[in-house]
Write a protein that binds this ligand. Structure first.
Ligand code: DX5
Ligand code: ZN
Length: 212
């Protein structure tokens, strides 16, 4: 048994069959649903927004882990909280005042996460760890599913872990499979996002189990 939180990314699901693909991972033992929101500015890609989160919330039985890859995330915290996000993670690089965005998220009784891109040093976020529920270490450049894991990013995990309060969730996202998951959990990550590895596998249940 392990207490790693598995959060399948629906970016790799079939958007014409989202309900089916969410149920697939729920039945296979997923803990959260990872929702990648991209605005075409903070990252080059555009994905989904508030109305889709609202619809997903009606059918999902497990928490919605919403990863905001957008500029000015503070403008969209309330809409995503109202839509039913259970965890809201924004990018450190996208805001001026990190603490105020954390406080804003928490004011809606939503769990607050901060994410760092591959080139951002973990030292920059250490002062915020005590206010956070989750710290997301990106192990690819955000923007697209199906990229290769960047091993040097995973080396940030022990730095975060050393400074983190006991209950901080340390999540990784990008290029996670059974092999790279092990590297990350050995370093101290306790939440894994995986898109392609889960959704493109022939057996979703065993794919999820292999990450634990
Ligand atoms: C990338 C997204 C990821 C993506 C992961 O910018 O944040 O959540 O869906 O996809 P895989 O697991 O395929 O690398
Ligand atoms: Zn993501």
């Amino acid at each position: 048994m392990s207490n790693v939180i598995i959060s399948p990314s629906i970016l790799s699901a079939d958007f014409a069959n989202l309900e089916r693909d969410i149920k697939l991972v729920e039945d296979a033992g997923a803990d959260w649903i990872h929702v990648d929101v991209m605005d075409g500015h903070f990252v080059p890609n555009i994905t989904i927004g508030v109305p889709v989160v609202k619809s997903i919330k009606k059918i999902a039985k497990i928490p919605l882990d919403v990863h905001l890859m957008i500029e000015n995330p503070e403008k969209y915290i309330k809409p995503f909280a109202d839509a039913g996000a259970d965890i809201l993670t924004f990018h450190y690089e996208a805001v001026q005042d990190v603490k105020s965005v954390i406080d804003l998220i928490k004011s809606f009784n939503v769990k607050a996460g901060v994410s760092i891109k591959p080139k951002t040093s973990p030292d920059e976020v250490l002062e915020y760890l005590k206010y956070l529920d989750l710290l997301l270490v990106m192990t690819v450049e955000p923007g697209f599913g199906g990229q290769s894991f960047m091993g040097d990013c995973a080396e940030k995990i022990p730095v975060i872990k050393r400074h983190a309060p006991e209950n901080l969730i340390i999540q990784v996202d990008g290029g996670i499979n059974a092999e790279t998951a092990k590297i990350c959990t050995n370093y101290g990550a306790n939440s894994l996002v995986a898109g392609n590895y889960i959704y493109k596998s022939d057996n979703i249940k065993s794919a999820i189990q292999s990450l634990r």
